[in-house]
Each structure stands twice: as structure tokens, then as C-alpha cells.
Write a protein that binds this ligand. Structure first.
Ligand SMILES: Nc1ncnc2c1ncn2[C@@H]1O[C@H](COP(=O)(O)OP(=O)(O)OP(=O)(O)O)[C@@H](O)[C@H]1O
Ligand SMILES: [Mg+2]
Length: 248
């Protein structure tokens, strides 16, 4: 009998982690945050990363996002081995290929929504008029066309997170990474943010999100489960995840 593969597995591999380890500290304060992690993610996948607090979820996201390097092992991003690159090289890859969304938004308080979203394009060397047009377009995409000139403290939590999403997608990344993006939001706003992620996934962006909430993870297609720095379930369906969440 032919084994039917998920459609995503016919797409190119965008992330490949091989025996990735991350060790923090030294001597008797050593923490083995990642312990031989192997993981393959294809272009266009929509994944959640779940697992108990301290299991290594943020650590692996920081490595996938080129914010940090593995202590040992290899990381291939879009077929390039990025495990040994310099800080400058990692920063350049990050700027071109990756968008980030965090639980605490991390918007600059003195800047308007539009200016916050224009910022990543400054580093990418795009000229002012195009920066403004593209930032406006990204904010329209997340439903904030009426809030372009508001500063973060004049926006609700959900609106601030949508500004952060617009900022993350404005350089048209291959990969959108979100570490507990709905952790500070109520359930209605969580739904709005997930709708945007769903649309981005439908437009072809690879989306990877860390979450503690089964209701959030079940909106994605694949759940990767961590325990003690290891991937114990690399490929759960939403239904299987609900069963694992009950016993974990
Ligand atoms: N900079 C650091 N220095 C030392 N230890 C660290 C550092 N960052 C993380 N750790 C440790 O590494 C382990 C994994 O941490 P990580 O932040 O990846 O967990 P997590 O799964 O994201 O947890 P949470 O759900 O609470 O966010 C933990 O034991 C943590 O204490
Ligand atoms: Mg974390």
C-alpha cells in the first residue's frame, strides 16, 4: 500500500536541525537546554511547539530565528549551514528571511504604528517612500488602516500585537516565528491574531509558534512536543496533541 505523505512534505525543507545541543553556563551551573534535537520543517508548514515550562521551546526558537547559535550540532536554514556564522552574518539572514513576534510586543513607545513597521526596512536599506508604502500595506493587511499614526500606548493589546505582526512580515520573510504570541491576549483578541496567522500561512509563509494553549495549537497543522530539551513527538496532529496534553 502506498503511504500518503502530507502535502507539505513535497515542499522544500526550510529548517533542518541535526543533533542540536544548547548548553548554558559552566561547571555545576550547567543547563542542558537542548539535548540532540533533530527536526525537519518544510516550506509552508504551520506548526506549534508545545511542552512544559523549561523544556527548551524558546531556546529552539532563538536558534531557528538566528538569535542564538547551537553549542553543538548543525542548523541548515533554507539549505545554508548557519550554525557557524558570525553575528553580522546571522543578523543579515535574520533581517532578510525571518520575522519575529513575541508575547510582549516589543514596540518602540515613541514611534507610531507606521514608524514601528517601517523600522526593519531601514536596516534592509529600502528608501523612505517605499518604506512608508509597504508599512501601510502591512498594517492594512492586519486590519489597522485606521491606527497608522497611533503610538503603542494608544492601542489595545491586540492592536499592538497586530502592529508587531505587520512589522514581522513587512520584509516578506520566508519564516514567521512567534513565541507565545497570544500569551498576553484575551480569547477574542487571540482569535484575531490566529486569523492573521492563518491568512499568512495560506499565503505561503512558514509559520512556527510556541504556545501553552491547546486551543491555540489546534489551529495549526502540526504540533512538535518538547520534554527536557528533547523533541519527544515531532509530528502530532491537533487531535493527537489534545490526548498528549491531557496526560502530560
Ligand atoms: N540565558 C540562559 N542562561 C541559563 N539558562 C537558561 C538561559 N535561557 C534558558 N535557560 C534554561 O534553559 C532551559 C530551557 O529554557 P527555555 O526558555 O527554552 O524554556 P521554555 O520551554 O521556553 O519555557 P517557558 O514555557 O517557561 O517559556 C530552562 O531550564 C532555562 O532555565
Ligand atoms: Mg519560553
Amino acid at each position: 500500500m502506498n503511504q500518503i505523505k502530507p502535502l507539505s512534505e513535497y515542499q522544500p525543507v526550510i529548517i533542518r536541525l541535526e543533533d542540536v545541543e544548547k548548553i548554558y553556563g559552566s561547571g555545576n551551573t550547567t543547563v542542558h537546554a537542548l539535548d540532540k534535537v533533530n527536526l525537519v520543517i518544510h516550506q509552508g508548514e504551520y506548526c506549534s511547539i508545545m511542552g512544559a515550562s523549561g523544556s527548551g521551546k524558546s531556546t529552539v526558537m532563538n536558534i531557528i530565528g538566528c538569535l542564538d547559535r547551537p553549542t553543538a550540532g548543525r542548523y541548515y536554514l533554507d539549505k545554508v549551514d548557519v550554525s557557524g556564522l558570525s553575528d553580522e552574518e546571522l543578523a543579515s539572514i535574520r533581517n532578510r528571511k525571518i520575522g519575529f513576534v513575541f508575547q510582549q510586543f516589543h514596540l518602540l513607545p515613541q514611534m507610531s504604528a507606521l514608524e514601528n513597521v517601517m523600522l526593519p526596512m531601514v536596516y534592509a536599506g529600502i528608501e523612505l517612500s517605499e518604506r512608508r508604502d509597504r508599512a501601510r500595506e502591512a498594517l492594512i493587511k492586519v486590519g489597522l488602516e485606521n491606527r497608522l499614526n497611533n503610538k503603542p500606548n494608544q492601542l489595545s493589546g491586540g492592536q499592538q500585537q497586530r502592529v508587531a505582526i505587520a512589522r514581522a512580515i513587512v520584509n516578506r520573510p520566508l519564516l514567521l516565528l512567534a513565541d507565545e504570541p497570544t500569551g498576553a491576549l484575551d480569547s477574542k483578541t487571540t482569535g484575531e491574531v490566529l486569523n492573521i496567522f492563518g491568512e499568512l500561512h495560506n499565503s505561503g509563509i512558514t509559520v512556527i509558534m510556541v504556545t501553552h494553549e491547546p486551543e491555540v495549537a489546534r489551529q495549526t497543522e502540526r504540533i512538535i512536543w518538547f520534554r527536557d530539551g528533547q523533541v519527544i513527538y515531532p509530528h502530532l496532529t491537533p487531535q493527537e496533541m489534545l490526548e498528549v496534553a491531557v496526560i502530560s
